[in-house]
Design a protein around this ligand. Sequence first.
Ligand code: OTU
Length: 663
Amino acid sequence: MQNMAYMRPATRTAFCHFREGLEPLLQAQSQTLNTRDQDLFLIRLERYFADFYEPFARLYQARPDFETQLAKLGPLLIEHYANRAESLKKLDLERQLTPEWFQHETMVGGIYYVDLFAGTLRGVRQHLPYLQELGLNYIHLMPLLKPRPGLNDGGYAVMDYCQTNPELGTMADLEALTAELRANNMSLCIDLVVNHTAKEHEWANRARAGEQEYLDYYLTFDDRTLPDAYEKTLPEVFPEFAPGNFTYYPEMGKWVWTTFNEFQWDLNYTNPTVFREMLTYMLFLANKGVEILRLDAVPFMWKRLGTNCQNQPEVHELLQAFRALVRIVAPGVIFKAEAIVAPQDLISYLGTGQHTGKECELAYNNSLMVLLWSSLASRKVNLMTHTLRQMPATPIGTTWITYVRLHDDIGWAIDDENAAAVGENGFLHRQFLNQYYSGEFPGSFSRGEIFQFNPTTRDGRMSGMTASLAGLEKALADKDPTELEMAIRRILLLYSVIFSYGGIPLIYMGDELGLLNDYSYRQNLHKADDNRWLHRPAMPWVLAAQRHNLDTLAGRLFSKMQQLIKARCRTSQLHSAASVATLWADNPHIFAYLRYHPAYGRLLALANFSEQPQIISNSLLVENGLSGHICDVSQLDCPPVAVYNGQLLLEPYQFRWLIQKEA
Ligand code: OTU
């Protein structure tokens, strides 16, 4: 029992006590858990106990019921461990032996709404061949747990976490899907909305009925004193359709904290019962075969007066404690933080400082996403290069989710200081991006819509599908073949970066076919107010059927996307653990970065963000260790790359993944 020896004295005492309490419970499970299972559990408990206990104690030790709260966690762990299917226990073992599984260059994901993609969970199973053909092995299905009736924020207002949305299927369907995915080496990611529940959740119903126990699950106030005090420093997430952060319910005589919509009630994580309840949901879903939990809106989980109530240190304590407990029961499961925050706050969700190696394995690289769009509009890569060079490397054992688009708006998370460092005004640049992507800016190629414009701060975000934002919609409307070509190249350029910069790339449903904005949301009562539905189209299977016809737009994009995925999968330098260094090229339009793998060497990626041909000096290659026979591994035949007069040419929007061929 080595790990115990490393524990701090107080932790060791707590551990011994905790384990003693569990031993009889484990033995009582001897029907389901053999000696080896029990040993494994105890070894894991010892391994992860400090990781869980210490943050848990820091959060809740001051409470008189701390010991009772702590003791309640043990039986929960055993119950879910005993319920875990043999096939999942095998997966746990595999994953513990290959903890870097999600960093492999072969990891490629996609994002799908069950109903819009395939109608139901069973429908998703029928369409697995399509996902496999594209080359995906990580499937993120958008919120599928039982939402409230009526408006539900795209499923992010859950009233029952133990049931699926009945329109999509049953829990049994979900289990059958995860089993089939597993058999095909594919992993399922689903959303777990941890920050809030629907106001129709049982806890909320009971809070509304006045049960004190359940009022403590949420953040409620008798009058405006505290809400007013908090509002002084709180931003508004949905200023247009949900202004303010609190909602008054006359039947309760109380104000309730509602960061997002009125029907989404923020949970009170200062209450350890809420922590335990959410842990129960995590373990429940893990036992259904879900492999990646996308933890929604994590930055908001802890509130502090005088702050913006995001990214508080306690959020990281909570995530570490959850992480360790899930690892004890289901180490095959990993966490993905949904924290769409400023560059300097982002990295901490992957575990930094005291949380290193103990927090989420995955987090969205929204900085990269925003900067890609910023560069595409400005045709300049200096802000992107500068900002990414400031970003710390991902901690060992973690990686980014890289993406071009997803179901949300694009929030222009561009730091004023970083903008100033490259001679830009952050505010004006963000204004420019909104004008550019909404199509107002003269000469813009984009067709998007501004989301949640805030007249006070003049902040706004952007809605739209990749293809429409990248110029395809306009080019088709204008019947302009040159622009059409440019739009296709822009889409592939953006995807080339997310396929090679480091992390698991996610393709947003329809981008592989060049799907455009869907304006039909305007006619739908439940959607018209929220233009994020502009980029949540239904899967056009008729269009998808053209994917093998290279004379069609859909066919061209699909086959190129498929090729790029294949190219990624055979390029070991693109393993997520291989380092990435963003470089200054001697051309303001060319984005350059070097991937370095200790065993496989270097890969220099170049991406031309302008519609003009550009050249860079060969010295960039030489200085980064590439000389002699250079080839471009982004193409399936790996063509040699010629250098003329010490210069390398990049066609409009061309990208290259250069490696040095063995002599
Ligand atoms: C998330 O997004 C979801 O992705 C959204 O679709 C939901 O509406 C929302 O949570 C509420 O559940 O503010 O504009 O830093 O940026 O949680 C979208 C995280 C959001 C937030 C994010 C949120």
